[in-house]
Design a protein around this ligand. Sequence first.
Ligand code: SF4
Length: 470
Amino acid sequence: MSNGSQILVFKDMGLVSQVFDEASLGSLHGHIAVGHARYSTTGSSVWENAQPTFRATVHGSLALGHNGNLVNTAELAAMVAELPGEEHVSRSGRTAATNDTDLVTALLAGHPDLSIEETAKLVLPSVKGAFSLVFMDEHTLYAARDPQGIRPLVLGRLERGWVVASETAALDICGASFIREVEPGELIAIDENGMRTSRFAEAKPKGCVFEYVYLARPDTSIAGRNVHLSRVEMGRRLAKEAPVEADLVIATPESGTPAAIGYAEASGIPYGSGLVKNAYVGRTFIQPSQTIRQLGIRLKLNPLREVIQGKRLVVVDDSIVRGNTQRALVKMLREAGAAEVHIRISSPPVKWPCFFGIDFATRAELIANGMTIEEIGRTLGADSLSYISIDGMIEATKQPKDKLCRACFDGEYPMELPDPALLGKLLLEAEIKGGQQPPAVRGKPTSGSDLDGVQSLLGGAGAADALRRP
Ligand code: SF4
């Protein structure tokens, strides 16, 4: 938050509601602010990596929030190490933060001869991967989006101000009207003179299709398409592609609900509520450890016995990543008296890792890697299992196929990826522990340590090829 003469950063670990209360919010005064709830990808979940990241500059200071994940972290670390002053930050020549975002902040703050805006135009073309950025100095708010526009970023207008947010739903909540999306490759600056825009790279749109399937809020619209309606349509198409005789369609709450509604509508099978979700437990696949994840599944859902007893069920879910949720679910539904359990998934099998901000799993952990759909169905204990086709999913988003990233489903990555040893969650931690420069600086990739399972990722069939694909 900037009051025009200085920036105050307030951040901590935990949910937004645990970090901010009336008193802490009341202590923040100013006319420009950025905020971000971090979902850790590159860099561990520690305070130093919480956002906004911060740097002092010769002109003042800089705070930055980043949605997405970068793929050339090692290269950026090498660029940061060359900056005058950065070697004084710590004895190892690096700051305590170990995430990709902090490197971008350092680069943006690292050119004392240029303004932040000029620096951004110079630096952002070198940043590769998914980045929807908001950053600020004492006087100006900036927003930038990667040339592929992988993650969403939108611009809104308040009566007396501007808002930039990841999703249109956030604009609705603060009463701002939607103006437009920040374009892929665009840099926006907003100050007392209003808004100005420039381009730091040519737009090559490849929006993440998984935003429509699961990630984005249902009340958000991306590229003009409402997310909830996309999910209902995925359900309708799934019913046509994978029909089954059954008595009741239920959803895995809540992300499977719109697709279940669509499935019921197109199949004529009644829709009902068969599972109750504990609202206090977070999304399961984004929790970091397997133990907590398994506990999370048991804590998360409870079957409504009276509704499902003796019924042939169609259970609609948005995706299967490791299969833990669905395996526990089938067991629970059978114990609660279901006569048959048919699983229908409103996205295709997830076979490839995501390097753009979703910490799915390594290839070795993905249940669809190396198993047929029938085999997966058997390991889940289901009577049948079907997924929507890639084309069915894409048609439901109403976006042209070539404008979407769908790499986790088909392995067609929207950009060239570096050597696998230069990717991974703990890349910068590994470097600091060894007291060494990043791999790119040493001129050869690291070996030996498993960077977030990158080695096991390579062990999967065809994974090395995946990393070389354009
Ligand atoms: S790989 Fe999948 S989750 Fe990652 S950006 Fe592409 S479509 Fe989205």
